[in-house]
Design a protein around this ligand. Structure first.
Ligand code: 9D3
Length: 253
């Protein structure tokens, strides 16, 4: 897969050279190409911002250098759609990551300042995406978040084991809790079932924990998901013991 990124801050993408994303990039399952609008300026000051029509605080990305950089990227990779990272975009999620991972490439346009001229969106942008409801300083971190989530899904990036995990656990539930040595930590013991060696009991306990945590922390995820008979039963058990536990802890208090 090929990522082309339009950015005024190409140095920020050095962070992509390490970890899973770095391995995938090095393994040539993915390529990263950077396009800096500053390289397409023609004035002595290499100006990349401009004043907003209508006035007000802040600047807008200057049209000509951005348009030239975008056209150069599109010429290099004509099949890739142009993705504008913006707070006004659709919320990026795992489904979007899976869908993007099936493409040959994407052009990620990272804005700076107050954003880009709307006519560039109209003529040159195919999709607009946001990574969540908080304010970033620009689109670069959003582009890196998307590249990381997408790269992990490329064939051969994760081992067999890990990709199977990804398939079974990105199934609309939160993760079950993890434990490692020692078996007692500051008076707190590892749940006995995990030491039992009974793989079927462990599977059921973990599924129950995943369902219970999702029910408590992210009920919205459960509403979007059908439960199997086994899952419904395990969640009922979890809720019963949870209510028992919270009642007795209230009695104690
Ligand atoms: C919505 C805030 N805007 C009010 C005038 C100003 C503004 C804030 C942040 C304009 C641009 C930006 C830069 N943000 C991004 O480029 C961005 C972003 C984000 O801030 N949050 C989540 N996802 C993304 S994707 C690109």
């Amino acid at each position: 897969m090929r990522f082309d990124v339009i950015t005024l801050f190409p140095e920020m993408f050095c962070a992509m050279e390490s970890g899973v994303t770095g391995k995938a990039l090095q393994g040539a399952q993915a390529e990263l190409h950077l396009w800096n609008p500053r390289d397409y300026t023609e004035d002595v000051h290499r100006t990349v911002d401009d004043r907003p029509y209508g006035g007000g605080p802040g600047m807008v990305m200057k049209v000509e250098p951005l348009k030239q950089a975008l056209e150069a990227a599109r010429e290099a990779t004509p099949k890739s759609r142009v993705i504008h990272l913006t707070p006004q975009g659709q919320r990026f999620d795992q489904r979007a990551a899976r869908e993007m991972a099936a493409r040959e490439g994407i052009i990620l346009l990272a804005g700076r300042y107050e954003g880009i001229d709307e006519r560039l969106v109209e003529c040159c942008v195919d999709e607009e995406w946001s990574i969540g409801d908080y304010v970033l300083s620009g689109g670069e971190l959003a582009a890196m978040v998307i590249m990381d989530a997408v790269t992990r899904l490329l064939p051969g990036v994760l081992g067999h084991e890990e990709s199977a995990l990804q398939d079974s656990y990105m199934n609309g539930l939160l993760d079950f809790p993890q434990y490692t040595r020692p078996d007692e930590l500051q008076g707190r013991e590892v749940p006995q079932v995990l030491l039992s060696g009974d793989h079927e009991a462990i599977r059921r306990w973990r599924l129950k924990q995943a369902l219970g945590r999702t029910w408590i922390r992210r009920p919205d995820l459960l509403e979007q998901r059908q439960l199997s008979d086994e899952e419904r039963q395990l969640l009922e058990e979890f809720i019963r013991t949870h209510q028992g536990a919270s009642a007795s802890s209230q009695e104690e208090a």
